[in-house]
Design a protein around this ligand. Structure first.
Ligand code: ADP
Length: 241
């Protein structure tokens, strides 16, 4: 399906150690797919494989393009974006300047002198979507932890990412920030393909529309939250039953 992220038999090995082992999964636009699994299950490595950070075998396609074998920046340009556990924003610059740079407009000093009326539509929209419009002139370095994560998501939006891979977006957030983030994911996920790597099970229960459970590099279970929670294999891995 157009706009779907399709993985078929994806594998990643490090010096003979198989970290991701034949993962097949399909995520459609409009889904909030949560990728869960114990530490070391291969979640981050799988995201690294999709985004070209580590070499992979098998096939990853998006919008009809094969991503395996492509370079990181080419994959990003095809509309596949990711965040990291630690938000990577330019701390010295304002919220607006961060979004400008992400949009590719941050070249040269004129950007710094930009007038209010000159904010590009994509940047203005991203500010609204991530809820940072009132803080656009605030220095990114002084933002609250949650706000930095939202800014990073905004930076993907201005790059027109159609697939967003988010690595533990609510780690270290307050309950209020988690709720806000969930609502944000619903907004951006309405017409984009979103995969969330997450340890926070309450957050997953509240916002996931589908779940893939990884264990030892393989897909252990997949389905709705209720389906994977009821799966005895998942209970065994998580609870040792
Ligand atoms: P998760 O994100 O589910 O906690 P990871 O993807 O980080 O799991 O790691 C999966 C496995 O791959 C782990 O056993 C980890 O030690 C191993 N691994 C990850 N990255 C590397 C690497 N660069 N070199 C060697 N082993 C790695």
């Amino acid at each position: 399906m157009s706009g779907s992220l399709e993985l078929a038999g994806v594998g990643v090995s490090f010096d003979g150690f198989v970290a991701v082992d034949g993962v097949t999964m399909s995520v459609r636009p409009g889904e909030l797919r949560f990728l869960i699994g114990p530490n070391g299950a291969g979640k981050t490595t799988l995201v690294d494989a999709i985004t070209g950070l580590v070499p992979a075998t098998g096939s990853v396609t998006f919008g009809g393009h094969e991503l395996v074998g492509r370079k990181v920046h080419r994959i990003a340009r095809l509309g596949v974006g990711r965040t990291f556990q630690t938000a990577s924003v330019f701390e010295e610059l304002s919220v607006l300047q961060n979004l400008d740079i992400a949009a590719g407009a941050g070249r040269g000093p004129l950007t710094m002198l930009r007038r209010r009326s000159a904010v590009p539509a994509a940047v203005a929209e991203a500010l609204e979507v991530v809820g940072l419009a009132d803080l656009r002139d605030r220095q990114a370095g002084v933002l609250a932890h949650g706000q930095k994560q939202w800014l990073e998501i905004g930076m993907l939006l201005v790059q027109d990412a159609r697939v967003l891979l988010l690595d533990e977006p609510v780690a270290g957030m307050s309950a209020h920030e988690r709720e806000e983030t969930g609502q944000l994911l619903r907004r951006i996920g309405a017409d984009r393909t979103v995969v969330v790597v997450e340890h926070d099970m309450d957050f997953m229960r509240s916002f996931a529309t589908s779940v893939t459970v990884l264990h030892a590099g393989k897909v252990l279970s997949e389905g709705t939250v209720a389906q994977v929670q009821a799966d005895p294999r998942v209970q065994e891995v998580y609870l040792g039953r």
